[in-house]
Design a binder for this molecule. Structure first.
Ligand code: FAD
Length: 618
């Protein structure tokens, strides 16, 4: 079985050639991280992922166990957790002042790609811990920072996110957990939360819960919600652990996948003894939580990507080894040797779908990382605002589209394995099950589609969305000037033009009472086409670089002649593969996108006009 997890050549391409990470390292903030250091970090992460985290993947399937309020994680998780902690891998891109390593976020993403592909249920404990630490770094009081922040960034303690309640899922504003102010300024918290990832486990001595609750007398809905830091064990002024804080785990969920991560029901203050401290301002809990949730949304998209890259690597390896059937060109010759299934066009087609999505996802996610890195070093408030806006537009695509496609990629992986893919002997069925939740938690993809259409398309007078369109247009302009890319480029240009018209159309439709319901019925299809366009953008960008490199290496411009050269040269083969990916996306995916756009333009009302009773079943 291949133990690759990710294609290092493509990781390096995106880091060093597409995103030019080295230009960041010219800034004093990142100047310790030259190419050699970055290479070492990624290699070290890859080794750790393969040697120590990947072996825990199978163990994750045994799941967590619950007994008497305690949750036990799979045994092998403990050693892997310790190694990640000892190597300071949790706070790679964070400020050294808080215990981080201060590296560019893009480099941390490259390292994490290996960790995530190795075992996503294990890495979720770290992702949420990092989110809680970041929340306290941004909004915490000096005392909260002193007590919790470094212990979270180092992974000595872990963190969670407590939003969901039985009657408050997508509608977080419906929550009923309450907070009563005490004379000393702390709050007594009472309520029950469900589906809390890593809400209880045995890898750390303390768990720090950011909790959404309503202060007594606060307004109804999301405007009356506040955010609190609630530790499992109270923390004394000197940092030592104090008494149990009445946060009780009452059970864990049996799930489809992601078994290694405990999904807990937590009761807070059932004995009237759960104390929290406010983080941020009273009744401003939701915007505060959004700071954490935006990171968490990027994380979930990243989970989808990490699982996809691993699934693709497994399927590719299997397709090269599994011998079955004759090559189509050998006709009816029964003496012809059987070939590896990668020789069959239908298998190649599926591998190509996987390859193009994985590459497009990698470029998109690292690009978002680059935006964060640029914000960190920019002196221009205008540039920072532009980049922040762009990240906001990209977030539903990273969370919603990438995780939708992760299910597709892992499903193709199962298919490439044939019957074996459906068995537990091979890892792809686990990846397929594990990634299904990514479309649901951190806001369902339906909710993210609504966010894209209802907010991101038009917020700030539509400027961030226009910036997004301009970025794509710039890539088209560059690609169109490169010899050999003209036809592909003009194909994309036509589809892109249609997409800009569609975006204007949808922007108008959501503000018209007679069209609004129908428009929102098409929110998810609109997210899907926006994602397709984003993939094509990334691939056109990649192909512009690949074409120049290929011509440099081979000295050839004619595509047929190029093909014969690449057989003998591994680097040329890589770049040639990138060109083929771009062609596949633009000539095979985009015509379907065009069809999807036509369907949205029609905005046929069937889906909203149908009354409940006509669905049948009554
Ligand atoms: C394994 C797992 C881990 C989780 N981890 C956490 C965690 O760590 N912390 C936490 O707080 N929560 C967590 N969750 C909860 C998760 O975020 C919610 O399940 C999710 O947000 C959906 O809420 P719900 O399950 O109540 O579904 P509902 O809100 O009931 O939604 C059901 C369906 O209706 C749709 N829907 C609902 N409202 C609307 C609307 N207004 N417009 C259009 N469609 C709508 C949804 O898209 C969905 O398809 C976790 C859940 C699971 C299963």
């Amino acid at each position: 079985m291949a133990q690759l997890i990710a294609d290092r050549r493509d990781v390096d391409f995106v880091l060093f050639e597409q995103m030019n990470v080295e230009t960041l390292t010219q800034n004093e903030k990142f100047n310790e991280f030259d190419k050699k250091t970055i290479d070492l970090i990624v290699t070290e992460a890859k080794n750790l992922a393969i040697k120590e985290i990947l072996p825990t993947q199978k163990d994750a399937e045994h799941g967590c166990t619950f007994s008497n309020g305690k949750v036990t994680v799979p045994q092998s998780f403990h050693k892997a957790y310790k190694l990640l902690r000892e190597g300071d891998w949790l706070a790679m891109a964070d400020d050294p002042k808080v215990g981080g390593q201060g590296m560019p976020k893009m480099v941390a993403l490259a390292a994490n790609e290996y960790f995530m592909g190795a075992n996503c249920s294990f890495m979720l404990y770290h992702g949420l811990t990092h989110g809680a630490a970041k929340l306290i770094e941004r909004l915490g009081t000096e005392e909260q920072k002193r007590l919790y922040m470094k212990k979270l960034f180092s992974g000595e303690w872990s963190g969670t996110m407590l939003l969901t309640e039985a009657e408050a899922g997508s509608d977080v504003g419906a929550l009923t957990t309450s907070a009563k102010k005490n004379p000393d300024g702390t709050y007594s918290i009472t309520g029950s939360k469900i589906f809390i990832s890593g809400g209880e486990h045995d890898m750390v001595a303390n768990i720090i819960h950011p909790v959404l609750a309503r202060i007594e007398g606060a307004p109804k809905g999301s405007r009356g919600i506040s955010l609190f830091i609630v530790p499992k064990y109270r923390v004394n002024a000197n940092g030592s652990l104090g008494e149990f804080n009445d946060v009780v785990c009452t059970g864990i969920e049996e799930k489809t996948g992601l078994h290694g991560n405990s999904t807990c029901s937590l009761t807070l203050g059932s004995k009237g003894n759960c104390i929290g401290t406010l983080i941020g301002e009273e009744n401003k809990g939701l915007p505060a939580m959004f700071l954490m949730m935006n990171d968490a949304r990027q994380l979930v998209g990243f989970q989808g990507f990490g699982v996809s890259t691993a699934a693709y690597m497994y399927a590719l390896d299997y397709a090269r080894q599994r011998i079955q059937g004759k090559h189509l060109l050998t006709g009816k010759n029964l003496d012809a040797p059987s070939v590896a299934i990668i020789e069959h066009p239908d298998v190649k087609r599926q591998l190509m779908i996987m390859k193009t999505f994985v590459e497009g996802m990698r470029s998109l996610i690292y690009y978002t990382g680059l935006c964060y890195d640029k914000i960190a070093i920019s002196n221009s408030s205008e540039e920072k605002e532009m980049l922040n806006g762009l990240i906001e537009v990209l977030t539903p695509i990273v969370k919603g589209y990438v995780t939708d496609k992760a299910l597709e990629v892992t499903s193709h992986a199962v298919q490439v394995y044939g019957g074996y893919g459906y068995t537990k002997e091979f890892p792809v069925e686990q990846l397929f099950r594990d990634c299904r939740i990514f479309m649901i938690y951190e806001g369902t993809n339906g909710i993210h589609a609504i966010d894209l259409l209802g907010r991101k398309l038009t917020f700030k007078q539509g400027k961030p969305f226009m910036d997004f369109l301009h970025m794509i247009q710039d890539t088209i302009n560059t690609a169109c000037s490169i010899e050999g890319l003209e036809t592909m480029c003009s194909e994309f240009k036509t589809v892109f033009q249609r997409f800009t018209e569609l975006s204007e159309y949808m922007g108008r439709a959501i503000s018209r009472p007679d069209q609004i319901l129908n428009a929102y019925a098409f929110a998810h299809p609109y997210l899907e086409v926006t994602g397709d366009i984003t993939m094509a953008w990334m691939h056109l960008w990649r192909s512009s670089l690949a074409m120049s490199k290929l011509q440099q290496i081979t000295g050839e411009k004619n595509s047929e002649k190029l093909k014969s050269t690449v057989e003998k040269n591994k680097e040329a083969a890589f770049y040639y593969g990138l060109l083929k990916s771009a062609q596949f996306v633009i000539y095979t995916l985009l015509p379907v996108t065009m069809g999807k756009m036509n369907a949205i333009f029609q905005t046929n009302g069937a889906a909203v006009e149908i009354p409940d009773v006509s669905f049948g079943g009554k």
